[in-house]
Structures are given as C-alpha cells and as structure tokens.
Write a protein that binds this ligand. Sequence first.
Ligand SMILES: [Zn+2]
Length: 294
Amino acid sequence: MQRERVADNVFYFQSDVYAQVTAGAVIGPNWAVVIDTLAVPEETLEIRDFIEQDLNLPVRYVIDTHYHADHAWGNCFFPGATVIAHTLCRKQLATRGQQSLAEVRKQNPSFRRVKIVLPQLTFDESYLILRVGKKTLSMFPLPGPCDDNIGVLVEEDRILFAGDAFMALPYIVDGNIDDTVASLKKISKMSLENVVPGHGDIVLRGEIDGVIKENLAYLSAIRKAVRKAARRKYPQEILAEIGVEECGKSRVLIGGLAEELHKRNLHWLYVQMYGELPKATLEGEGMDYEDEGE
Ligand SMILES: [Zn+2]
C-alpha cells in the first residue's frame, strides 16, 4: 500500500494489489475519519494501524463513497466507527453486497474475516457536513459510476475525494453515462487543488481540467461507437474492434486494466441504449462482465 500526505492532516492511500484503488484519511486533534477502505483486509488494516498506532488516534467515522467491494468491505475493521454513506449505498450493501461476499468467501479465505457493515448514518440529497478539528468535510451525491456514489470535499484544502466519479478512465458499468458527464462537469466548476480519484494517482490542480476534458471526450467517443455498432447486423463485431486508444485513452491506465474496463463500458452502454446484444456470429465472442468491483 502507498501512503501520501496530500495536505496538513489529509492522507491518501493506494492499493498495491487491486486496480490502484484508493482511500483517504482526515486527522483531527482527537479522532480521525477514514474515507473508503481498500480491497483486501490486509491493506485496510495497514490504514488502521497507521492511524490508531502511529498517530495514536481512534477512527470515529468511516465514509463509504459507494457500495462496491473494493471501497466498502473494510467497514468491519473499524468496529468503533460510525459508517456514513448515501442511503442507496446502505441498500446495495444489504442486498448485492451480502450476496457477493458469500461468493467471494468461497474463493478467497482471507475474506472470511470480512463482514458487511451497513452505514448507520445516511443521506440522499443536498449536503452532509462533518467537522474534524479545523477541517470541514462536505459530502454530496456525485453519481455516475453507480447511483450511490458521493464526493467528499475537504473545504479548507479544496481536496475532493471523488469516489469512482473521477478516474483516469471513466468506468460506467453499474452506472449511467449521463450522470457521469454531469458529475464531471460539476467537478470542473469546483476550483479544486486536488482530486483523489477512486482509482489511480492524485490529480493536481493544473491537470484537473485536462483530465475532465479527456474523460468527456472519451464518453462521447464510446457513445458514438455504440451508436455505430447498433447500425450493424452484428454489433459485437464492431464493439470488439473499437479499442480504448481509438477512444482517446491509453491502455496503461488503471494499472493496465484500461482495455478490459473499456470493453465492459462499451457492452454496458450498448445494453443500456439498445437492450441485449443480438447473438454473436462466433460463439464465445460475447463479452462477459461483472457488476461488482472497480
Ligand atoms: Zn472503484
């Protein structure tokens, strides 16, 4: 796990093992807030040790930016904390989260120690404000990658923890392309110092506009690609041909997962716009996707 200080009392963590997923912490004089947990128990426990042992402070709140496993399954490692999230995040964790944890436990023994902990404090519109020492955290809906995604803004430092609404490559599977566009436009008006994306490296002030422009261009490119595919008899042939680079994004993004995530984006968007894909010409050419994670 990587750890970086973003500003005074604001930290960022990035996973070494899964899709460069990120988490954060805001440290007050008497207690701390954790923003998201990491994908595997070992890494979430490293965050906990850093705060509780190195800094010698309890974690009083955990904020989940959204319900996906790689962000919210570490809630159980902070038993003394109150978990805050969007109302829909609580709902998704209680249903899909519980189901997929049962599956993952069968495959990966280290997840036997994971329990789904549902957010106790939820909101679904407007803002929720949490004061941590001299810092003000504003939480607000920022949908796109999924309906329950929220942003967490450290007001004084203009640092936004964006959840998966802001990534080097937009990922809309499980979400909605129009919401993703709206959230990116909202972020572009926030005059930020830093954006901490749900996956990948911190984006600095001078880079934010460029990434947003590129992401909007990418989303419009995949919309065009899907429309083009829909005009063909075998749309999956066209979808398979349109690579991530053709849509303006590098293959190396998100720890090299870009092409794979892009393929899932195309398939998801096609199904959203036109319904199920017609049968492929070649058996086995259909793309599979999962609705959990990332
Ligand atoms: Zn994610």
